[in-house]
Ligand binder design. Structure first.
Ligand SMILES: Nc1ncnc2c1ncn2[C@@H]1O[C@H](COP(=O)(O)OP(=O)(O)O)[C@@H](O)[C@H]1O
Ligand SMILES: [Mg+2]
Length: 283
């Protein structure tokens, strides 16, 4: 027998998984993940499009956060692979892995800012930690990111003095200082009222437009999803039930997907979606 493991990995479309793909920046193939007897992901395939807003939807507990944690190897699967620009994520040893992870910016559900630092100091922190940039370079980068997100006036303020929506903006500005290629937002609008949600949506679109980043957004607020998404993938029953452009998803006749969109849409229209719980459960 030959040794199949040494053959270059070829995808269904004939392209090589171990080389960057012009369109798909992240390619998930056959991902399987269990926690003990809890089988969370089963043979998941997913493509994330470069420079676009890719939204992952699904019920609470469906496995959305677990799935995206695999992208940067915060979790390891039981089976399957994730390729990011041709890199086999789970093959990386610790040092290349930590370099690789700098491709990503994480914007947490709960902004996780340092309360005792000003907005400016919060945003400067990753640059001081991870780069050898001078004070004036750092000041310029931070000013650029804060300016791009409409936060000029908040530089000297402390997170506690800002609204929830503003804190999310600061969280994004901080994620952007290290020039990530891929931004990950795990339920960025959970706990925000409809106006603040719209504000965060605009912020995501502004960041994608200005910095040309690839975005992966987990959301269950369908009004928000349809405002920001280029592509939508839905997880249900351990796997991807449907994935495609917004038009393809809207046209889907998949009953569960149809029902999910319909019921979420009604809730959002009444302003009830998520307003009740300010999810602090960062995972
Ligand atoms: N670190 C973990 N250890 C054990 N079980 C986990 C862990 N993270 C998530 N799970 C379980 O995996 C399932 C999917 O969780 P998650 O991806 O967080 O759902 P969601 O779609 O709401 O983001 C849940 O049953 C959750 O309890
Ligand atoms: Mg989650």
């Amino acid at each position: 027998m030959s040794a199949p493991a040494r053959d270059p990995p070829i995808d269904r479309d004939g392209t090589r998984l171990d080389q960057p793909h012009v369109r798909w920046q992240v390619r998930v193939r056959g991902l399987d993940k269990r926690f003990g007897t809890n089988h969370v992901l089963d043979a998941v395939d997913l493509d994330i499009e470069r420079g676009k807003v890719n939204v992952v939807i699904g019920a609470s507990g469906a496995g959305k956060s677990v799935l995206i944690k695999h992208f940067m190897c915060l979790l390891r699967p039981d089976r399957g692979s994730v390729w990011v620009d041709g890199t086999d994520v789970f093959s990386l040893s610790p040092k290349p892995l930590s370099t690789f992870r700098r491709k990503f910016g994480l914007v947490f559900q709960f902004s996780a800012l340092f309360d005792s630092l000003t907005v400016e100091e919060n945003c400067a922190f990753p640059l001081k930690e991870h780069t050898a940039k001078s004070r004036s370079e750092i000041r310029d980068i931070v000013a650029d990111r804060l300016g791009a997100l409409g936060l000029h006036d908040t530089q000297k303020k402390y997170p506690g003095e800002l609204s929830g929506g503003m804190r999310k903006r600061v969280g994004l500005a901080r994620a952007l200082v290290l020039e990530p290629e891929i931004l990950i937002f795990d339920e960025p609008t959970t706990g925000l009222d409809p106006l603040a949600t719209r504000n965060v949506d605009e912020m995501i679109l502004a960041a994608v437009d200005r910095y040309k980043v690839t975005s992966v957004v987990i959301s269950h607020d369908m009004a928000s999803v349809f405002r920001i998404a280029d592509r939508i993938a839905m997880i249900q029953n351990r796997t991807i039930l449907a994935a495609g452009t917004v038009a393809e998803i809207q046209d889907s006749r998949e009953p569960y997907l149809f029902e999910f969109i319909r019921t979420s849409g009604v809730a959002a229209a009444f302003g009830a979606a998520d307003a009740a719980h300010d999810g602090q459960g960062v995972r």
